[in-house]
Design a protein around this ligand. Structure first.
Ligand SMILES: [Fe+2]
Ligand SMILES: [Fe+2]
Length: 205
């Protein structure tokens, strides 16, 4: 058989080892301006990450297609957040990044094709965690933000599947061991303490 193999993708909530802590949700609701600015940055960074992967792995046609589409969607999300910032008179000021992606990337192996496989698994975790946080936050927000976050859920869930499918195709095996490594790193980041509240941060103490 040539072409596509079908992989059994885990559901988001069995992929993530823990839900977002209640304390983080409370802090996020009380710092919505910071959260929106960081959200804008996250969308921009998600597009840049996808484009970087396209430059690094030119020969992978499936990756080229999926990442190109994903990058366009992330930029569209960015424009939607930017419009919300303007509408709410929130200045788009520089904001330091959260440590989440760095903590995840610290576990990425340095040789190919392991580097690509792990980078794709990290992408899957970032998307899955975003999806979980949008869903958890939505009922706590005003109607406009609630509607917006719920509208983002579907694409982030698809992005999670895109990344994981690409990782499994590249590896040729089910990746349970690697998923377990990054699942631990995600849990530690999410349940750990942080200095500043960000979309992917832990709870601020
Ligand atoms: Fe997005
Ligand atoms: Fe996404």
């Amino acid at each position: 058989m040539t072409g596509q193999r079908r992989w059994l993708l885990p559901e988001r909530d069995e992929f993530l080892l823990c839900p977002t802590p209640e304390n983080w949700l409370e802090q996020a609701v009380s710092q919505q301006e910071t959260l929106l600015i960081d959200h804008a940055n996250c969308e921009k960074k998600a597009a840049a990450t996808a484009i970087n992967l396209m430059f690094r792995y030119t020969e992978n046609t499936d990756l080229q297609n999926r990442m190109s589409r994903l990058a366009r969607e992330e930029l569209r999300h960015f424009e939607q957040v930017l419009a919300l910032l303007q509408k709410r008179n929130i200045p788009y000021r520089p904001l330091s990044a959260s440590g989440y992606a760095g903590k995840m990337r610290a576990q990425v192996r340095t040789h190919e094709p392991e580097r690509m496989i792990d980078t794709l698994v990290v992408g899957a975790f970032i998307e899955a965690r975003s999806c979980e946080r949008f869903e958890a936050l939505a009922p706590l927000l005003d109607e406009e933000l609630k509607k917006f976050y719920l509208s983002l859920l579907k694409s982030e869930a698809r992005h999670f599947q895109d990344y994981l499918t690409l990782a499994m195709e590249a590896a040729g095996y089910d990746l349970a061991d690697r998923i377990a490594v990054f699942a631990q790193a995600d849990r530690q980041a999410v349940e750990g303490k942080d200095e500043e509240l960000r979309f992917h941060s832990g709870v601020v103490h």
